[in-house]
Design a protein around this ligand. Structure first.
Ligand SMILES: O=P(O)(O)OC[C@H]1O[C@](O)(CO)[C@@H](O)[C@@H]1O
Length: 933
């Protein structure tokens, strides 16, 4: 006896399976259905693959084989498996396809649901999948949305078999039927064959009833006077809708236009009934099969429905029966105010969302497996968050998923931030894949650089901090020059570098994106003279067309390496700004990108937020800031200590604006839980093999006391590039949570202008404008811009009055315009610890003018909770700048004064303590006394 499913086939309806799964294929489940039930096709969709691959281990072998490649994206990983399954199913169905001469025997694979509203991307994806699967009996599934319909026409014209999915309404069906015909006609015009192009139009049935019935039930429960009429059409609307679609189909193929194509061998676009599993348990489980049997149609069934039909379905040609009844049902629905048009429109939207949700879930699961598989090759991250913050983060990750943040970030959707010009600043994404630099040219440059013993990089902020991290964490290769980074106007520090090198035999890297930053320009002039004007020992890294590019040409620099104007300074480390100095140090740039790639892919557009290490971190930082935990406290193990200086700029300059943002806290010694307020997030960066020094225990105590703790593990120094990228993504995402443009720095310019004014005045007059101290003695002078509230009595009283003003959520900054050396760093750390422990406030520190190009933005434009002690001193010895009246010491002082004025103008509390002999011990004594006063 033939099975009921085979009888369907005899009645003219093809039976397809709406399911695919590796185990099932491997066990020859599909072949069995072909042999026993006359099955002639298979459909898949993102939900089906999610069920197959999203859990369990069936695909692990396949994933793992693929994941050997460091640069495999999550999509690549999933898709390789999906394609293998589809190819397997297509091969199982190939005998059917051959026997029926291409009339049936198809397997469908859907384009990414994320593209449902993008015609061109859908076309590109369909073509890509068609080529990748490479089977004549493939159908690419394209949604019949407004954007999908024109894609269908073009794809049919390309000769690609198409399964139009997500059809609910008559109008949408008519539009895709038209697109199909138009596509074939285009081929005819071009003289291309049309006899092997198959298409189905997939009408989703049960979902319509699920919606309409819900509306009916609500009204009946509310005692609607039309209860009987409503009840009479319950469970009938979807079937009536399908029947009328079939009427349209019959009219279409009877028409002249179709007949002309049929004469050339065209196969009609069959109607396919999808979503045929009943959702309402009150209905017979074969309802949407029994009632929709008709010639030249397809019914794709989930396995359960197929089993049910095989067991007790009824075969009879029902589709063409009682068309008048169907019209009546739809007319009744209209009369009763059941808006089928709205329901079907909503169903298209929710259908797309459902598939996108399934794809997110699937990609999330694959991303998780991928990250676990990579093990040590991908830096790890865990977070211990207080329950309420944890909840907020998870909620944020879910809304970010639903709003497609990972994809939108990579697509440059400025709406993720403020809708400003953010899209113009995303060149760092491609740069992280090594696409901004010429890697071969860098290798050659690295070879040449080996003739130098030393290299000195002159630059500020983004142009210096990344290179400094690379030099301190990775260091130079044997035989390559040692890199000195000079990002200051401090005469002492410049003299220290000068003393450490032979200027005539040193490679100088002048690095400035804008090419017009004052400090590198002055340093270039200084060292150019010291190097005897040998331009051949200089290279520049700068954006095209800059002033520095011209200077380099004028002075005969050995090379100019171009940056990308679509990358801001603080995001530039994985572009030429980091890689030119890296190459000079003999670092293998290609290997560096390879080591970085696992994080770049883990943070990719297809890694949904919860499984995306960068987006997850950004959500933590942003949500923490929203509840006042806006002091990001960086706690590195010894080997990663230099990383904080780079991270500070990224976080501060990107987020600290419009009175909002995150204040990074670097190099503050770790304390006990009582020494902190409730404004902290701790980030522990741990390099494998580093001594613990009791850090773990201290951090555990902090986490136990309710402070959020993020722990990042780095297996080896070579993986530091991954942290650059993770934090770049995290910062951009934190910016989206906070609601600012992470790529501008609106408050930096003012301090530069104030400085320039002072320096220009000096160039004319030979003196800086006079200023009146609040207090002065033989050792110190204290200044407080425009602050009359401080009585000029004694310095301890002035300082203690200031420190007494520090409250919960405030932070104290030491802005030291002195040489950055170990002794000064230690003294500042002691001062910070004393203040932190006495007042339970966060403390930050920066050396001027270096921090002006880094954290300075947040100090001026970020939360108005700062209190700053600026430290200056009389330079001794000072250094002259060629062709300038002002010395480096004068410029540095002008920078401090300009900064002080701008900080005060922005409402931050600030005090400048001028140490006439540059002795920081005097400041320490003063602070101790003030805290004890
Ligand atoms: O590379 P440039 O253009 O010299 O700029 C250096 C730094 O100065 C800043 O513009 C801040 O002043 C930073 O954003 C930047 O990284």
């Amino acid at each position: 006896m033939t099975s009921r499913l085979q009888q369907l086939h005899e009645a003219g309806q093809a039976v397809w399976l709406d399911f695919v799964d590796r185990k099932f294929l491997k066990a020859d489940g599909l072949k069995k259905l072909v042999a026993e039930d006359g099955l002639t096709g298979v459909t898949s969709n993102p939900s089906i693959f999610e069920k197959a691959m999203g859990s369990g281990e069936a695909y692990d072998e396949g994933f793992n084989a693929f994941l050997g490649k460091a640069d495999a994206s999550v999509t690549d990983t999933y898709e390789a498996q999906a394609i293998a399954d589809i190819q397997g199913a297509a091969d199982d169905l190939r005998p059917v396809y051959d026997r029926l001469d291409g009339r049936d025997g198809y397997v469908s694979l859907e384009v990414s649901p994320y593209l449902a509203n993008d015609t061109d991307a859908t076309i590109a994806e369909a073509r890509r999948l068609w080529a990748a699967v490479d089977r004549p009996n493939l159908m690419v599934k394209v949604p019949g949305t407004d954007a999908g319909t024109p894609a269908i026409r073009r794809l049919i014209a390309n000769g690609i078999n198409i399964n139009v999915t997500l059809l609910f309404s008559q109008d949408a069906y008519q539009a895709v039927a038209e697109a199909f015909i138009a596509g074939l006609e285009k081929r005819v015009k071009e003289g291309a064959p049309i006899d092997r192009i198959a298409s189905v139009a997939s009408f989703f049935v049960s979902r319509i009833d699920a919606q309409i019935d819900k509306a009916i039930d609500t009204r009946m429960e509310a005692g609607d006077p039309e209860a009987d009429a409503l009840k009479a059409i319950r469970g009938k609307v979807a079937i009536a809708n399908a029947k009328l679609a079939y009427v349209h189909y019959q009219e279409l193929i009877a028409g002249d236009r179709w007949q002309a194509l049929a004469a050339k061998g065209a196969m009609p676009q069959r109607l396919l009934w999808a979503s045929t599993g009943t959702k309402d348990p009150a209905y017979p489980d074969t309802l949407y099969i029994d009632t929709l049997i008709g010639r030249d149609t397809v019914n794709t069934m989930p396995p359960k429905t197929m089993d049910a039909f095989r067991d007790h379905g009824t075969v009879a040609e029902t589709l063409t029966g009682d068309i008048e009844g169907a019209r009546h049902v739809l007319a009744e629905a209209r009369r009763l105010g059941l808006d089928l048009g709205q329901v079907t429109a909503d169903l298209v939207g929710s259908g797309v969302t459902q598939f996108a949700d399934a794809a997110d879930q699937l990609l999330g699961a694959v991303a998780g497996k991928r990250n676990a598989f990579l093990g040590d090759r991908l830096n790890g991250m865990t977070a211990q968050l207080p329950a309420s913050l944890d909840k907020a983060v998870e909620a944020r990750l879910e809304t970010a998923r639903a709003d497609a943040w990972s994809r939108r970030l990579w697509a440059g959707d400025a709406g993720l931030w403020t809708g400003g010009d953010e899209a113009k600043w995303l060149g760092w994404l491609a740069a992280a894949k090594g696409e901004q630099v010429d890697q071969a040219a860098l290798a050659t440059f690295g070879e040449k650089a080996r003739s130098y013993k030393d290299a000195v990089l002159l630059g500020m902020g983004g142009s210096s901090l990344g290179p400094e991290v690379l030099s301190l964490i990775l260091g130079s290769a044997a035989g390559s020059p040692k890199l000195h980074v000079l990002d200051t106007t401090d005469p002492g520090q410049i003299a220290t570098v000068l003393a450490a090198i032979d200027p005539a035999g040193t490679l100088f890297i002048v690095s400035s994106k804008s090419g017009s930053t004052m400090e590198p320009e002055l340093l270039r002039a200084f060292f150019f003279e010291k190097a005897g004007g040998q331009g051949a020992h200089f290279v520049a890294v700068t954006d095209p067309g800059s002033h520095l590019e011209k200077t380099a040409a004028r002075d005969g620099f050995a090379a100019v390496f171009a940056g990308d104007p679509a990358i801001g300074g603080r995001y530039s480390v994985l572009s030429a700004f980091g890689m030119v100095p890296a190459a000079a140090m003999g670092i293998d740039v290609a290997a560096f990108y390879t080591a970085t790639a696992p994080m770049v892919f883990a943070c990719g557009p297809d890694a949904p937020p919860a499984a995306n290490p960068g987006v997850r971190l950004g959500a933590i930082l942003g949500e923490a800031a929203a509840i006042g935990r806006d002091k990001l406290t960086i706690v590195p193990s010894a080997g990663l200590a230099p990383f904080g200086a780079w991270l500070e700029q990224l976080i501060a300059e990107s987020t600290g604006k419009q009175g909002k943002g995150i204040v990074p806290v670097d190099l503050e010694p770790v304390g006990t839980p009582e020494s902190y307020g409730t404004d902290r997030v701790f980030v522990h960066l741990h390099l494998a093999g580093d001594e613990d020094d009791g850090l773990e225990t201290k951090l555990k105590a902090l986490a136990a006391a309710g402070h959020p703790l993020v722990s990042i593990s780095v297996a080896s120094r070579e993986l530091i590039g991954q942290e650059f990228f993770r934090w770049e993504i995290a910062t951009a995402v934190a910016g989206a949570v906070i609601g600012i443009d992470p790529f501008n720095q609106p408050d930096v310019e003012d301090a530069k202008i104030a400085t320039r004014k002072l320096v220009d005045a000096y160039e004319k007059s030979g003196a800086l404008e006079p200023e009146t101290p609040l207090y002065e003695d033989a050792e110190i002078a204290i200044f407080a811009a425009g602050d009359a509230s401080l009585a000029p009595t004694d310095p301890v009283a002035i300082l203690s009055a200031r420190l007494a003003g520090l409250g919960a959520g405030d932070y104290l900054g030491i802005l030291a315009y002195v040489e950055r050396d170990a002794a000064h760093e230690a003294a500042i750390a002691r001062i910070r610890t004393a203040i932190r422990d006495a007042r339970a406030v966060a403390t930050v520190a920066g050396f001027g003018p270096r921090f002006l190009h880094s954290t300075g933005q947040a100090y001026k434009g970020g939360p108005a909770t700062g209190m700053f002690i600026e430290v200056t001193r009389d330079p001794d010895p000072d250094l002259a700048i060629p062709h300038h009246r002002a010395s480096f010491g004068t410029v540095q002082l002008a920078q401090a004064r300009g900064d002080l004025d701008v900080l005060a103008a922005r409402g931050q509390r600030v005090l400048r303590i001028h140490l006439k002999h540059g002795d920081l011990a005097r400041l320490e004594t003063l602070v101790t006394a003030a805290l004890n006063a």
